[in-house]
Write a protein that binds this ligand. Structure first.
Ligand code: ATP
Length: 235
């Protein structure tokens, strides 16, 4: 479904991605793990189109994305849940969800099944739909950020650090939800510093270090890799 081939990206003179290649098949859940500054966010932003690439190709359904602007990538079925969630605190929970559908046509936006999908997946959001989003707990705000991405009925969700700042219990709750989305056939590419949480849940993973993919494999292989165990799992 998604294929990155030797993708490079730079901030001015600094090259942040030195030629990253990775694959995500339809229906898979794949993690990219790595320390601060490894280039994970830059890679996600390159896929969603908000960060330009300087070399290499990104294919979605076999077609190059290079000339497709970010807002059109959403319409192709790629939705991003950014690091830090970017919730609009003073707006209601429901308005935050509706913002997720800004790129839709007015008929699509008026379709109640879009909100319905987010509310069925996260009943707490329905319960709190009239409250300001800023009043939600961290875990609920992460659910809101995922629900907002669901408004475009994506086939691929790009999730940047969903566990950031959450207690272990809430991390489990978010992972349970992602499992449910996987069951529904949604493909997920997830960036995580919390390698323990990610590897317990994904099919495959890539490890990034300073702008390169250094290890790739099934979750089982990566969990057993001595370098990963020492550097990322604290074992
Ligand atoms: P984090 O977990 O902290 O988000 P990351 O693995 O996602 O880390 P990136 O944020 O992609 O890493 O950063 C990769 C490299 O690019 C780092 O060296 C970082 O300092 C640099 N970088 C990121 N954003 C910018 C920017 N706006 N301008 C200049 N350099 C940047």
């Amino acid at each position: 479904m998604l294929s990155l081939n030797n993708v490079k990206s730079r901030y001015g003179r600094i090259e942040a991605l030195h030629g990253v290649s990775l694959e995500v098949d339809e229906g898979e859940v794949v993690a990219v793990i790595g320390a601060n500054g490894a280039g994970k966010t830059t890679m996600m932003r390159s896929i969603s189109g908000v960060q330009p690439t300087s070399d290499g190709t990104i294919l979605f359904d076999g077609k190059p994305l290079d000339k497709v602007p970010a807002h059109k990538r959403i319409n192709l079925g790629i939705a991003q849940v950014p690091e830090g969630r970017h919730i609009f605190g003073p707006l209601s929970v429901e308005d935050n969800l509706l913002i997720g559908g800004w790129s839709l046509t007015s008929t699509e936006r008026a379709d109640p099944s879009r909100l319905g999908w987010a509310y069925d997946t996260f009943p707490i959001l329905k319960e709190k739909r009239h409250l300001p989003a800023g009043s939600l707990s961290g875990g609920q705000q992460q659910m809101l950020a995922i629900g907002r991405a669901m408004m475009v009925r994506p086939r691929l969700i790009l999730l940047d650090e969903p566990s950031m700042g959450l207690s272990p219990l809430l991390v489990q709750q978010i992972l349970d939800t992602l499992r449910e989305l996987k069951k529904q056939g949604i493909t997920i590419l997830l960036v995580e510093q919390n390698a323990n949480a990610a590897l317990a849940f994904v099919d495959r993973a890539y490890v990034m270090e300073t702008g390169n993919v250094i290890i790739e494999g099934t979750a089982k292989e990566i969990s057993a890799n001595p370098k990963v165990r020492e550097a990322y799992l604290g074992l």
